[in-house]
Design a protein around this ligand. Structure first.
Ligand code: PMV
Length: 331
């Protein structure tokens, strides 16, 4: 493919984080970064990432700043290289990124980060940014950066297909009045990043094969619950999916544990609310934080309850949001 003769001045893309309701953990193809299992996630309006990319013939090397700090990140250059190859472009790029969520702390910053970077670079290279999730080459390069990132290309409830690695929307963000209460159980980065964590689990956990095997049933149950807007059924699938994923990690040798005591306290608090009749369910990713899924109308009360759990750093109410959006700037 060759790029259009006129290169845009720059492209700014924003993407919200997404949280998996039915988790993925493990790869079936490391080079393509294809997952061993499918996943279903909810993309949020915020927090997220906003990234501007500008290709510049006068630059000698790629430059990247994240929240004002210059970083040398091979992952960023790998995405830029893939975009340069797709566009037939040689220029180096300036990348300026802002994250509204802590990086590498199990808050899925890599997903919004990679979706925003991939889309901004794509647009800055003059490649089409409409229907980003329909473009296999763009989806593949975003996925190589972070396995869960393609889900942030689409809004609302999104499924990532195990076979193709592509994403499709199950429900638009405005179609179901949901909220996620994000309770931060600790500050600081996680100890083991998800990619080596997945490889270690797949290589050493006797529970890995059963996890993969049990997965299609959870996906099917979640799809049906979403179609019926049945939150109790979806919530039950969501809780068992996260617990099975963590059980699989705990079975690794040596064990891999991202959950902390405060995480369990937050899970108890969610269950207490449920005992009182509140429709709310928890999920945790590769970190100690708890995301509680609920009806939007219950979110304030749930946030107050979870925020009162000792040691919880902060709570934040998040709403479903759109897929990644790009703004191409021409001179
Ligand atoms: O996006 P990755 O490849 O770093 O993997 C994220 C995996 C989990 O967040 C733990 C689960 C998921 O499906 O998002």
């Amino acid at each position: 493919m060759t790029h259009s003769p006129r290169l845009p001045h720059a492209c700014t893309a924003s993407a919200g984080v997404n949280f998996a309701l039915v988790k993925y953990w493990g790869k079936r193809d490391a080079a393509q970064n294809l997952p061993a299992v499918g996943s279903i996630a909810l993309t949020l309006a915020a927090p997220g990432t906003r990234t501007t990319v500008r290709f510049d013939p006068d630059l000698a090397a790629d430059q990247f700043t994240l929240d004002g700090v210059a970083l040398a990140d091979p992952g960023v250059s790998a995405v830029l290289d893939a975009v340069r190859a797709a566009a037939g472009l040689r220029h180096r790029a300036e990348v300026v990124s802002h994250n509204s969520v802590a990086t590498a702390a199990g808050l899925a910053s890599s997903a919004s980060g990679m979706a925003a970077l991939g889309l901004a670079a794509w647009g800055a290279a003059g490649l089409p940014v409409e229907d980003a999730a329909q473009q296999p080459a763009l989806v593949a390069l975003v996925r190589r950066g972070s396995g869960s990132a393609p889900r942030s290309l689409l809004g609302g409830l999104v499924e990532l297909d195990r076979e193709t690695g592509e994403v499709h929307q199950l429900l638009a963000p405005e179609a179901w009045d949901l909220a996620v209460v994000l309770a931060r159980a600790s500050l600081g980065p996680k100890k083991v990043k998800s990619r080596p964590g997945m490889a270690h689990t797949a290589a050493t956990s006797p529970y890995y094969a059963p996890w993969v095997e049990a997965h299609p049933a959870d996906l099917a149950a979640a799809r049906a619950a979403i179609a019926a807007r049945d939150l109790p059924t979806l919530g039950a699938v969501m809780e068992r999916s996260t617990l099975r994923m963590h059980a699989c990690m705990w079975g690794a040798d040596p064990p891999l544990r991202y959950l902390k005591g405060r995480t369990l306290d937050l899970m108890d608090a969610v269950e207490d609310l449920r005992d009182q009749g509140v429709v709310v369910y928890y999920t945790m990713d590769a970190g100690p934080h708890v995301k509680a899924l609920c009806q939007a109308s219950d979110a304030e009360a749930i946030a107050a309850h979870l925020g009162a759990v000792p040691g919880v750093e902060s709570v934040r109410i998040c709403r479903p949001g759109p897929g990644a959006q790009a703004d191409v700037q021409w001179l």
